[in-house]
Design a protein around this ligand. Structure first.
Ligand code: SIN
Length: 364
């Protein structure tokens, strides 16, 4: 069940033939015998969450708009809920051309060897969506996507899910509450460091296995945006959900590079337009969906919803501040400070300062 964060297989000579598979799909756009309708280009889009989530809904919009804007020359087949591939497998499948498009969470690029994306996992990095956007929509966000090219992947866009909450069978309001808990995390060294800083034991598991692992007691807790917790029914196997909003979970929409670059220019332009619409939609509905699902969770009277006080939040933030220093020394270079600066913090501001949610309306 463990989804090991081993490096994903790189494309080598052995895999070259298989990596050309996406190009075979494109041969289908060539006109057939006179009068015969050309077969559409099939773009498989695999993801691991439910349809009724920000990513699931944006993928559906992309599917519809791609068909409309290419007038049927492209057919997008969306495979939600890990029906085709689980977390670790899906990026390898993209490199091998078994799927053409994915939107993995930013925490899942470490095993591919692009550890810089783990910067988004830093606890209490963003005070809200505005600070986040200044990073993802600016040169820092673009430079991170460009790092994927050498892996045979084109990074096209960022999609939001939202800010994460913790769940367990007890409230998790202060660092002491985490001691000894086994908490599921995504395959990110920053998330592992985050859990260790709280005295918990991080357990890396594929997303599709989390609810079953919580039910079986293999892990005691998890961290998720509410939309993921709700749609995977984790609230039915956890007695408490604590609204810590301690970290961000978002996605990079990525495509197989040989497939993308071999598309006819007008088809690629139409897909870029469909994706721009899906991106605007994802980022518009993400907060709304998380709020709706929180209201549903409260109304369901399953798990109890706990809200940390400003003092409790600040204690969590202080306990987690060393994770920033750990990332800085591991990643080296200026990335962390570039992100702070883009987010609007003073370049060397320590992240444990009180923010608006801790009772001081400070600009970072
Ligand atoms: C996702 O939202 O794609 C899944 C995130 C996770 O693995 O927790």
């Amino acid at each position: 069940m463990r989804d090991n964060p081993r490096p994903v297989q790189r494309l080598g000579a052995r895999n070259l033939a298989r990596s050309l598979a996406p190009l075979a799909a494109l041969a289908l756009v060539a006109p057939g015998p006179a009068g015969a309708a050309a077969e559409p280009i099939v773009l498989k889009f695999s993801h691991v969450v439910a349809v009724d989530t920000p990513k699931g809904q944006a993928a559906e919009l992309f599917r519809r708009r791609a068909a409309e804007l290419t007038q049927g020359r492209v057919r997008v087949d969306v495979y939600p809920n890990s029906t085709l591939f689980k977390d670790r497998e899906e990026i390898e499948a993209l490199q091998l051309g078994r799927v053409q498009m994915l939107a993995p969470s930013l925490s899942k690029f470490g095993p591919l060897g692009v550890t810089e994306f783990e910067i988004f996992d830093l606890p209490y990095l963003f005070d809200g969506y505005d600070a986040l956007r200044r990073v993802t929509q600016g040169p820092v966000g673009r430079a991170l996507l460009d790092k994927l090219e050498s892996k045979g992947i084109v990074g096209l866009a960022y999609w939001d899910n939202g800010f994460k909450v913790f769940s367990a069978n007890r409230p998790l309001r202060t660092p002491e509450d985490f001691r000894g808990l086994r908490v599921r995390v995504q395959p990110s060294r920053v998330l592992e460091a985050q859990m260790r800083a709280l005295g918990a034991v991080p357990q890396v598991l594929a997303f599709s296995d989390v609810t079953a692992a919580l039910r079986a007691g293999i892990v005691d807790g998890a961290e998720n945006p509410v939309s993921n917790l709700w749609t995977q029914r984790m609230h039915e196997v956890q007695r408490h959900v604590t609204l810590t909003e301690h970290g961000y979970l978002g996605y990079a929409v990525i495509v197989n590079r040989p497939f993308w670059e071999a598309l006819p220019r007008d088809v690629r332009a139409a897909l870029e337009r469909a994706l721009a619409e899906a991106t605007a939609y994802a980022n518009r509905i993400a907060r709304e969906k998380n709020e709706q699902d929180l209201a549903r969770l409260r109304a369901s009277r399953t798990a109890e919803v706990d809200v940390p006080t400003a003092a409790e939040r600040l204690a969590l933030k202080r306990a987690l501040a060393p994770v920033h220093a750990e990332v800085e020394s591991r990643l080296g270079g200026t990335l962390l400070h570039d992100v702070y600066r883009a987010a609007g913090y003073a370049a060397d501001a320590p992240p444990a300062r009180p923010g608006p949610a801790e009772g001081r309306a400070s600009t970072p």
